[in-house]
Design a protein around this ligand. Structure first.
Ligand code: HXC
Length: 281
């Protein structure tokens, strides 16, 4: 028996995205998986794109087991030619591409003074170049079909200085700029371009990315004992709890739906109020 939308704790109606096609990069794990699952539960055919077959294949099996539609594709968003080939393939197979979710991201704590050129390049290429390559690739398809929605993941750490994350904060600031610029440039094509800045969501990938170098003096919140994590949620996050992939997925679904018809160039912070309340590092 297929799971209903309510099993995913969604407030949206079940056929909200029926007949639509969504491409979710990094859609096989963590926040991306939550997004893939919800969009599929709302009736979209979701193409889960990620570098590792183990990730996207497992996600697609889980989505299909619920009776929803999904397929997978191996993709490194840093590979411009591969991105364009995948988008062409999706458009040829399904005849359309309605929603692009630029979720793929790479991140780790590292001192800026010793960050290697390749370390800098890896994160900036995944987060910023990847977002641009995918957005650029879907543009002609969405334009030709009369419109579409692009939703990218940003972050809040670049709203102030964030030591040990020069690469990721620079890249995500770029994603914000890109969101606003593409929104204006592509509005005549009826392509809405928005972003979401998630707060702390302790997925496996985030826990790994936010493990600070041993001698940095930065506390590793995500590796802390359950009790300390609960304490941080109580004291550090105004709404009193950690985020979940579903919190972000719900905002994606809202922006992908007609409820977002007059929204473009917006960056939505979904973080329980964390960044506003957080003391500077
Ligand atoms: C210093 C590091 C490093 C680290 C990697 N490098 N990890 N340098 N400290 N902890 C360096 C490597 O030494 C290498 O440089 C270069 O980065 C590339 O590393 P590779 O492993 O060869 O690259 P690759 O396999 O392409 O992996 C990309 C990656 C990796 C970004 C480095 O971490 C990754 O795949 N991440 C994807 C998953 C992920 O990070 N998810 C978290 C997203 S969370 P040299 O010079 O040695 O060649 C997120 C947070 C949102 O984005 C914000 C919420 C608040």
């Amino acid at each position: 028996m297929s799971a209903s939308v309510s099993d995913l704790r969604s407030v949206f109606r079940e056929d909200l995205l029926k007949g639509q096609v969504a491409l979710v990069t990094g859609g096989g794990t963590g926040i991306g998986l939550g997004i893939s699952e919800l969009l599929a539960a709302l009736g979209a055919h979701v193409v889960v794109a990620s570098r590792r077959p183990a990730h996207h294949e497992a996600a697609v099996s889980a989505i299909r087991a619920r009776g929803h539609a999904a397929s997978s594709v191996a993709l490194d968003v840093r590979d411009h030619a591969a991105v364009h080939a995948v988008v062409q393939e999706v458009a040829a197979t399904h005849g359309r591409l309605d929603v692009l979710v630029n979720n793929a991201a790479g991140n780790f704590y590292a001192p800026s003074a010793t960050l290697s050129p390749n370390a800098w390049k890896s994160v900036v290429e995944i987060d910023l170049y990847g977002t641009f390559y995918c957005s650029q690739a879907v543009h002609p398809v969405m334009k030709q079909q009369g419109g579409g929605r692009i939703i990218s993941t940003s972050m809040t750490l670049h709203y102030r200085g964030w030591p040990l994350m020069a690469h990721a904060t620079a890249a995500k600031a770029g994603v914000d700029a890109l969101t606003r610029t593409l929104a204006v440039e592509w509005a005549p094509d009826r392509i809405r371009v928005n972003a979401i800045a998630p707060g702390p969501i302790p997925t496996e990938g985030v826990r790994k990315a936010f493990a600070p170098p041993a001698d940095s003096g930065v506390p590793d919140l995500f590796a802390a004992a359950e009790e300390r994590m609960a304490e941080y949620a109580r004291t550090g996050i105004p709404l009193g709890r950690w985020g979940t992939p579903q919190d972000i997925a719900n905002m994606v679904a809202f922006l992908a739906s007609p409820a977002g018809d007059w929204i473009t160039g917006a960056i939505f912070v979904v973080d329980g109020g964390e960044w506003l309340a957080k003391p500077a590092p």
